[in-house]
Design a protein around this ligand. Structure first.
Ligand code: SAH
Length: 465
């Protein structure tokens, strides 16, 4: 069984810190059913790949099992278990990447909390239901899924297709998210052989599924398969997941919005953008956040629903946008405790304003490209010299990616009100200059699927001081 995880987040070798495995070494770990090895086929500043190879020993498995079972058929010895990703791989993940799976990193805690471009390749999964099931499981979680059916035998291409697939999953996620998704979903794909099912598994499922399983459109199937159709456990798990839903009406709404995105067959770019910014704000531990150019309040709603932030403020120059935000957030009907967390006000980002001060973090999602280039300097001073929050997150389109949008004529901007759109080089130069001048450190991150030649559709800068 082979699972590789690749990142292009620079310096890419920081993946070694996240996984707590030194890229310069090959390490082995004994498991009850074989041996796991971790090594890095690629490890340099721009790309780093960690490989987890699980060398499963079928003989050892048979010996262990035959104490209970009388089944001594050849199939016990000769089978696909050493090759196909299954619950054994999940066990290996939990053992070998323990701290990363729980979202911790001693050396790079901020990076562990940050969404970074990740690619996971699994050499073989068995999927009797075909590619459709792979997509149904991973796409709602924001993955770009590519899968290739493996031939039964390369010498006999005329044989019917096998049920084995090589899978590549790409997303901008926290490493912790990728690992928990794999931990739960690999045994779900491997419907047949998930062998460790008891009450303890139910607790693991609920813990690892926190934050995503309750709203997954295939939730019932995932739970039933993970718990291997144990009816009582399945019922209990579903009941507990549904109770989580019911206690929070906002979560139900989020689930509906989520389903809508799934209907569209993929998580929209705007959703990925919000998730990426959310991950940064969480990583920074921000509890007072201001969303500059909040528009109709989509991100404010995400903050309200998915964080414990005590102060969430939206500002925009447009009174129409603010009215829509008010409606979306149902400000008039929010319970007092929730209502107290949120403030909206009208203002312009190019004028000093006392109301912009006192926040842990400020974000501006897809706003700077709406400013006149001649006013950009004023915006920089207002935000980085005057308001100076410890964390600033800015996203903007990467114009190089526009060639990918079929409906966009060459040379056109993505939106009628955009005053400019920058290449990665232009954005990076601007970010560097602002950071140097104002004494902030910065990171640049892609959002959305990364094309090696033209980058990702959205670019994000995270400034910290
Ligand atoms: N952040 C939102 C909206 C992006 S659209 C989202 O990601 O969905 C850009 C928003 O910036 C618009 O709502 C527009 O009214 C606002 N905006 C443009 N110029 C502004 C300025 N000078 N000051 C404050 N807001 C501005």
């Amino acid at each position: 069984m082979l699972l590789t995880i690749t990142t292009t987040h620079q310096p890419a070798t920081d993946l070694g810190f996240l996984l707590a495995k030194n890229p310069a070494r090959c390490q082995s770990f004994p498991l009850s059913f074989g041996q796991a090895h971790v090594f890095y086929p690629v490890a340099h500043d721009r790309v780093c790949t960690a490989a987890l190879l699980v060398d499963l020993d079928p003989i050892r498995l048979v010996r262990r099992r035959s104490r209970q079972s009388q089944d001594r058929t050849l199939g016990q010895y000769v089978n696909d278990r050493p090759y196909v990703a299954s619950s054994f791989l999940s066990v290996a993940l939990a053992r070998v990447y323990k701290s990363a799976l729980s979202g911790q990193s001693k050396e790079r805690p901020a990076l562990a909390a940050m969404a970074i471009p990740l690619e996971a390749q699994i050499t073989a999964v068995q999927c009797r239901d075909g590619e459709r099931m792979l997509r149904a499981l991973f796409e709602p979680l924001g993955y770009n899924v590519s899968a290739e059916c493996q031939p039964l035998d390369t010498a006999f291409p005329e044989w019917e297709a096998s049920t084995y697939w090589s899978v590549t999953l790409r997303a901008t996620h926290r490493l912790h998210d990728l690992l928990t998704h794999l931990y739960v979903l690999l045994p779900v794909l491997d419907d047949d052989k998930h062998y460790w099912v008891g009450k303890e598994e139910l607790e693991k499922l609920l813990a690892k599924g926190e934050g995503w399983l309750a709203t997954h459109p295939e939730r019932d199937l995932i739970v039933a398969r993970y718990l291997r159709y144990r009816r009582r456990l399945t019922r209990e798990a579903l009941a507990r997941l549904v109770v989580e839903d019911d206690t929070d009406p906002d979560a139900t709404e989020a689930a509906q919005a989520h389903e809508e995105a799934v209907l569209e067959d993929r998580i929209s770019l705007s959703e990925q953008r919000m998730m990426a910014v959310l991950a940064v704000l969480r990583g920074a531990g921000a509890t007072r956040v201001i969303d500059l150019g909040c528009g109709e309040g989509k991100f404010l709603q995400t903050l309200l629903t998915h964080t414990d932030c005590e102060q969430i403020t939206g500002m925009d120059v447009s009174s129409r946008a603010l009215a829509l935000a008010k409606r979306r957030l149902r400000l008039d009907r929010l319970p007092a405790r929730q209502r107290a967390r949120i403030t909206l006000f009208q203002g312009a980002l190019t004028y000093r304003d006392q109301r912009l001060t006192g926040y842990d973090a400020a974000c501006a999602l897809e706003v700077i490209e709406h400013l006149e280039p001649s006013r950009l300097g004023a915006f920089e001073r207002v935000l980085f010299e005057f308001a100076r929050p410890p964390t600033v997150v800015i996203t903007t389109p990467n114009t190089e990616y526009n060639v990918r949008f079929e409906n966009l004529a060459a040379g056109r901007l993505r939106h009628g009100d955009h005053r400019f759109e920058w290449t990665r080089e232009e954005f990076s130069r601007w970010v560097q200059r602002v950071a140097d001048r104002s004494g902030y450190a910065f990171r640049l991150l892609p959002i959305g699927p990364v094309d090696p030649a033209i980058g990702a559709p959205t670019q994000m800068a995270v400034f910290t001081r």
